[in-house]
Design a protein around this ligand. Structure first.
Ligand SMILES: [Zn+2]
Length: 172
């Protein structure tokens, strides 16, 4: 069957229902009779997408992950439902700490010297970390996932990135 020869007008009795399950190539920006853009994309393959929350087939843009805002918020609400409020809160603090280090440690060298106040001003919480790396010299590096720091003299902090960390993101 030549997919490109199929149009909405031929052979499909319920084009709206059928078309939402797939899209196929060669025809871009086709207009349906009612003026809506059709679901044809210019990737030449069948693509079936389902809502991450309700698993219904998704209509519309190819990057959509949910049917609608309601499915999106239900999904996000339930994502951490298995954790207690305390655990969710701590995960939030750790993720925030990680994000702060990552944002401040933006140089190419992999390390950045900042002040303790700078971290506190951004909401950094020194009480929470995921691991400690103790060097033979006696230095203690504190990590929030792969983003870490070493306390220096005079309230200075050296920000570092742990190499080859299993959780390290590909984009660093
Ligand atoms: Zn849905």
């Amino acid at each position: 069957m030549d997919l490109n020869s199929i149009s909405m007008d031929q052979g499909i009795s319920t084009p709206y229902i059928s078309a939402k399950h797939w899209s196929f190539g060669g025809v871009k920006d086709r207009k349906r009779a009612n003026g809506q853009k059709s679901l044809f994309l210019d990737e030449g393959i069948f693509m079936e997408r389902h809502c991450l929350y309700c698993n219904e087939p998704i209509q519309g843009r190819s990057d959509k992950k949910f049917c609608d805002d309601q499915c999106r918020s239900s999904y996000n609400y339930n994502k951490n439902a298995g954790h207690s409020p305390l655990v969710r809160k701590i995960i939030g603090i750790l993720k925030k700490n990680r994000k702060i280090i990552k944002e401040l440690n933006h140089g190419t060298s992999g390390t950045t010297k900042v002040s303790r106040e700078e971290l506190l001003a951004k909401g950094f919480d020194f009480d929470y970390y995921t691991s400690i790396y103790q060097t033979r010299a006696g230095d203690a590096y504190f990590f929030c996932f792969e983003m870490g720091y070493l306390k220096l003299d005079n309230d200075k902090i050296l920000l570092v990135v742990k190499d080859n960390h299993p959780l390290k993101e590909r984009d660093g």
